[in-house]
Design a protein around this ligand. Structure first.
Ligand SMILES: Cc1cc2nc3c(=O)[nH]c(=O)nc-3n(C[C@H](O)[C@H](O)[C@H](O)COP(=O)(O)O)c2cc1C
Ligand code: SF4
Length: 249
């Protein structure tokens, strides 16, 4: 089994680890121009952005050739998944793929313009993440067939919110404070190669996706996002910074 994953702050990397098999980074496949994946089972694991499939994942799915007997997807979110499952199923159907299983899981919400990370961490136990993951792992191991499509209400909410996704807009609003020491970690955790260092300071380009990988993973906590609801940053407790660097650089 291969699990193709994208993760900015570790939630989806943790899911990929828990699913077992070989965890394969989607940014690495894209950067190596490697668009062919084959195995008995293939999983797609990534976050939901604005109730939707993130645009860089949709672009990857438009190109990748998948050969497997069982295709499944797990999408993580922080609060509300909207109709992301429907969107993913439509993308894959158009490509001629048979999605056998798709579900969502609610974890810590890393979207700083709306959520205070201290409050998110306090509320984490209520989300019963590991129990939910245990159930998902059992489903995938048994080859369960179930695509949990969203309701009419969720589809309407998605139509309203999806258009508000800022794309690279959030990255454009970042400011860097005096704690920055020019270490370059932000360059390496950026899955879109959107950051360069000039005069020991990061510069943000036009290809960002507002994933907040740089903001949350900066060892100096030096990157401020416009309207951020907390100074506290987040990385999933089961994932090390070096793993995010390896997956996204
Ligand atoms: C740009 C952006 C948009 C997001 N939109 C949603 C959303 O619509 N619904 C939701 O519940 N969580 C949303 N989130 C939260 C993430 O989906 C969630 O924290 C996810 O688990 C992060 O995964 P990662 O740690 O692997 O990057 C959003 C996060 C970002 C960065
Ligand atoms: S990771 Fe943080 S400290 Fe290092 S260069 Fe980037 S902003 Fe500066």
């Amino acid at each position: 089994m291969k699990t193709l994953f994208f993760s900015a702050t570790g939630n989806n990397m943790y899911i990929a680890k828990r699913l077992g098999g070989e965890a394969v980074s989607i940014p690495q496949l894209v950067k190596n121009n490697d668009y062919y994946v084959a195995d008995d089972k293939i999983g797609l694991v990534f976050p939901i952005y604005f109730l939707s499939v993130p645009k860089h994942i949709a672009a990857f799915l438009a190109k990748v050739e998948l050969e497997c007997g069982y295709l499944f997807a797990v999408m993580s979110c922080g609060n509300y998944p909207g109709a992301a499952v429907n969107q993913l199923a439509n993308i894959l159907t158009k490509r001629g793929y048979d999605l056998a299983y798709a579900t969502t899981i609610t974890m810590v919400d890393n979207w700083l313009p709306m959520f205070d990370i201290d409050k998110q961490l306090k509320g984490e136990p209520k989300k019963k993440i590991d129990a939910r993951l245990d159930a998902i792992v059992r489903d995938v191991e048994s080859g369960k067939q179930c695509v949990k499509r969203a309701s009419v209400v969720a589809r309407a909410a998605t139509r309203l919110l999806a258009g508000q996704y800022p794309g690279d807009g959030m990255c454009k609003s970042y400011t860097v404070d005096a704690h920055c020491n020019g270490c370059g970690i932000c360059v390496h955790v950026c899955p879109m190669d959107n950051i360069t260092i000039a005069d020991d300071q990061p510069l943000f380009g036009d290809t960002g996706i507002s994933c907040l990988a740089c903001t949350h993973n900066c060892p100096q906590n030096a990157i401020r996002a416009k309207g951020e609801k907390s100074k506290t940053r987040f990385r999933n407790q089961h994932v090390a910074l070096a793993e995010i660097v390896k997956a996204n650089k």
